[in-house]
Ligand binder design. Structure first.
Ligand SMILES: N[C@@H](CCC(=O)N[C@@H](CS)C(=O)NCC(=O)O)C(=O)O
Length: 218
């Protein structure tokens, strides 16, 4: 299997399946592309898939879209989704909600693993955070959302990066989970690989930089 991803500094949708693959040590090769150099769309146009990452290729099987990739990996490998049915349901619901919602948070607070930026948080972003804080009350945090680190944690990892990158108001449970995530080897690997990228994407540089992300400090 091969997982196609984008720039690790910015690509939040790529980060999700990548973290699962790396944390579980799955036999999946990674192929990274710069999404913003003008050549990306052409590279995959012959495959009849959206010109977006992540994309999983397993022989003749193409799996586009991060949520479909999670389900595909879960069909092939243990540990991707929680074993317990109730927890699995909760994980699936929250992932689906993330996938189709939180538009204000996703568009107004682009993920950047390097910088902390100052923006005026809109009512939409605050409403999204309120909902995330409410979701967090449903999980047990033992130590991750559904026990061991699984797809649900990976799915919200970019929110953890955004929350620290824009100093957003999060509840104590979210902050506890966030610190555990920041200590995970797979997370640290994503960050160090992303920090090694030199490409700057100006449209994502919203707000003045007021600091360095805690996990990006030397
Ligand atoms: N719903 C898709 C979203 C994928 C997506 O928007 N990926 C972004 C990168 S984070 C992308 O490929 N952008 C390139 C483009 O839109 O040209 C998923 O869950 O995989």
């Amino acid at each position: 299997m091969k997982l196609i991803i984008g720039n690790q500094r910015y690509s939040s949708w790529s980060m999700r399946p990548w973290l699962i693959v790396k944390h579980l040590g799955l036999p999946v090769d990674i192929e990274a592309h710069n999404l913003f150099d003008g050549t990306f769309a052409d590279k995959f146009s012959h495959l009849n898939v959206p010109a977006k990452v992540p994309l999983l290729i397993d022989g003749q099987t193409l799996v586009w879209d991060s949520l479909a990739i999670v389900e595909y990996l879960a069909e092939h490998f243990e540990g991707v989704l929680p074993k317990d049915a109730a927890r699995r349901n909760l994980a699936r619901c929250a992932m689906a909600e993330m996938h189709s919602g939180f538009a204000a948070l996703r568009s107004e607070c682009p993920m950047d693993i390097r910088a902390i930026k100052k923006i005026a948080t809109s009512a939409g972003v605050l409403a999204d955070l309120q909902r995330i804080n409410a979701i967090w009350q449903q999980f047990e945090l033992d130590p991750f959302l559904c026990g061991e680190f699984s797809a649900i944690d990976a799915y919200f990892a970019p929110v953890a990066v955004r929350a620290s990158g824009f100093e957003l108001p999060v509840c104590e449970r979210f902050a506890t989970w966030q610190q555990r995530l920041f200590g995970l080897n797979a997370f640290k690997q994503w960050i160090s690989e992303g920090l090694a990228e030199s490409y700057e994407h100006a449209p994502y540089n919203v707000g003045p930089v007021i600091g360095i992300q805690p996990f990006a400090r030397a």
